[in-house]
Unconditional design. Sequence first.
Length: 299
Amino acid sequence: MTTAIQPQATFDAQILAALEKLAPAEQRVARFFVDQKQAVLLSSAAQIAELAGASDATVVRTARALGFESLSALRAALLSELTGTPSPGNRLERTLAETDGDAAGALHHVIGIHESVLDVLRRPEIAASFERAIDILAGATRRYVFGIGPSGAMADYASLQFNRIGLPTSALSASGVALADRLLWLSKGDTVLMMAYAPLYREVEVVLDQANRHDVPVILISDNLGPLVADKVMEIIPVPRGKADHLAMHGGTMVLIEAMIVGLAGRCRETAFDSLDQLSVLRGSIDKAWSKRGTKKKK
């Protein structure tokens, strides 16, 4: 008689099955692993300890007590599960289950999610990473902004706004072989701002390989791809996209992009004002009503 192969326990099931065997402080950390998956992926052991109300040692000890060799191994298992095969429909179903079933409930639910994302963006380590990213972007000869799917629209938006403030930028928002044409002129002195998420798509691999070939620094905005490509990027800004296994939401990424527009304009002030004045002149040549508008350079 053939013995049926039992399916591997899910991340949540593995933790919940071991919960009763843990000490109270370890139980608190274990529940944090289940309830705050994004924070587990994005935070250090010290940050997890602070958020869960425990010590660094308790966080590491809990991971081992749950059957993982280390906190890194626990993160790897969690990442593997989160980047598996939940369908868009399943993600939407989980999201809707947390609303009150009406439009107002959906509004309040989404606002709450974005408030939690903004709390992450306020962390000192995110600010430090953002500052380094601005340095890289401001110092580049040309910027390339990569994003496909929903991120493609944000890549186009960022490219347009960077160009408006006088910073030559191209959007890498095409997928498939069309991406090759946009990558053709990537060269040393440029930089790539990448919005990408696990699993590791072929387009992402090609952009990273091409950047590495030309010694072009890459700034990655992602909530889950960082561990897979950390050796190929210069800076990672871990912006959450809502709740794990729920509908992906990009409000936090848009906030970050708009902060980059303002940060770069402040860093390249004269260039930004000169470019916006030229934009007004060009608009005035098309529509005379625009000639009465313009920018005023602040001293």
